[in-house]
Design a protein around this ligand. Structure first.
Ligand code: PMT
Length: 399
């Protein structure tokens, strides 16, 4: 991206000695024509002045004053929605800890907590603070929430020590933001469709067969695609989950409804089928079945949505990604699904383990690729983090 014209950057400065470098980042962003609004935390004002930031950024500077007037003038939700990207530089150990806990006791942390945008943290602190177990734990959590880190780097520190913890150079921070925004701009034209959650198959008007899918894995993938700029549609079976309002959410209940919604949302460039669609439907009774000693229900095969889409040549997305939920012979079954369902990738997960797969925040996924017959293991971690890793791979495949 040559310049950042029409890009909106919310810049948050925290109180650390490297806050002086933030002024240089702001100068570089401005030279690239970005529109900048800045928040100074209370302690940041000990290092840089609102006036110097306002002069360099030529934009509004919000100070960390919680007052009725401040709230009336600037709604923190609106400010977080306004930005294309949020940068926190320097991100101090204290701010990192607050964000990891989900605190919202000042303007900066409130805006960040309310944000649905990509947040970049450029940490800066003394090496001992950087290496402290609590900082490592906080960063692990922040990564799992989707925050991205720029640096820190190794070097001489203001405190006289040497090591890792020095804030990245302003030019490196600028280039990371430019790469992210240019990729996001490219992805805007790319349509992604995700299915998620279970389906309900009715036995009679009040009873149905379903499964344990919570929708978490699919929702996280849709969120990661959206954050990276993709024009994202999420077709979801019944779940209790919330999603960003600018993702096109289509709620369905049965496999048949999910199939129709999928058809209506083609063509797409990328399709990810993470829904646990019932393989069977029931020949539904129109009236509630009365209590009786024995009852038999007949099941008939449901349409396989993934199979339909991947074999529908005219509408086939460029990248078709299926899931395989397996309790045994993961390798063998995933490879069979890759070929039987004509997928480009299969993401296989073992659903026999507790605390992984269905209805858990965690998962472990092996990707099977059709083109090079390779497989790649993504280790056990939060579904949000796995989704970022999956979307990293989608981005490099599609561009
Ligand atoms: O929702 P969570 O609680 O977060 O759990 C995540 C998950 C375990 C549900 C998810 O990671 C997962 O494995 N999803 C696929 C579940 C599944 O139905 O797998 P399958 O192996 O039975 O189906 C293979 C593929 O065909 C899947 O991509 C599935 O979406 C698709 N399919 C299956 C049947 C059908 N009628 N239509 C389909 O499109």
């Amino acid at each position: 991206m040559k310049n950042l014209t029409s890009k909106k950057i919310l810049f948050i400065i925290c109180g650390g000695i490297s806050a002086y470098k933030s002024l240089e980042i702001i100068r570089l962003l401005k030279k690239n024509n970005a529109e900048i609004k800045t928040i100074l935390t209370k302690s940041a004002k000990e290092f840089v002045t609102p006036l110097s930031v306002a002069s360099l950024s030529q934009g509004k500077v919000y100070e960390d004053l919680f007052s009725v007037e401040n709230e009336a003038e600037m709604d923190h939700i609106a400010l977080s929605r306004w930005a294309d990207v949020i940068i926190v530089a320097p991100a101090t150990a204290n701010t990192i800890s607050k964000l990891a806990q989900g605190n919202s006791d000042d303007l900066a942390s409130t805006v960040i907590l309310a944000s649905n945008k990509q947040i970049f943290l450029a940490p800066a602190m003394n090496i001992r603070m950087w290496e402290h177990k609590s900082t490592k734990e906080n960063l692990k959590n922040l990564r799992s929430y989707g925050y991205k880190l720029i640096g820190p780097i190794i070097g001489d520190m203001a405190c006289g020590e040497y090591g890792e913890g020095k804030m990245s150079e302003p030019l490196d921070i600028l280039n990371t933001i430019k790469t992210f925004l240019s990729e996001k701009l490219n992805n805007k034209k790319i349509k992604a469709l995700v299915t998620a959650g279970p389906t309900n198959e009715y036995i009679d008007p009040v009873r149905y067969i379903t499964n344990k899918s919570s929708g978490k894995q699919g929702y996280e993938i849709a969120k990661s695609l959206h954050k990276r700029g993709f024009d994202t549609t999420l077709i979801s079976g019944p779940t209790n989950l919330e999603i960003f309002e600018d993702i096109n959410l289509i709620k369905v209940e049965t496999a048949e409804e999910m199939f129709k919604a999928t058809q209506q949302n083609l063509p797409a460039d990328i399709a990810v089928f993470s829904a646990a669609v019932s393989d069977f439907k029931i020949i539904k009774k129109d009236r509630k079945i009365k209590k009786q000693n024995n009852i038999s229900i007949s099941l008939e095969k449901n349409i396989d949505i993934l199979n339909y889409v991947s074999n529908h040549n005219l509408m086939r997305p460029k990248l078709v990604i299926g899931f395989a939920a397996e309790t045994n012979d993961l390798d063998q079954n995933a490879i069979a699904k890759l070929s039987n369902k004509n997928c480009d990738w299969i993401l296989a997960n073992d659903v026999s383990k507790a605390n992984s797969g269905f209805n858990s925040d965690y998962n472990e996924i092996t990707i099977y690729y059709k083109d090079n017959k390779k497989r790649e293991k993504l280790s056990y971690k939060k579904k949000s983090e796995l989704s970022e890793e999956i979307v990293d791979r989608i981005v490099s495949q599609i561009n």
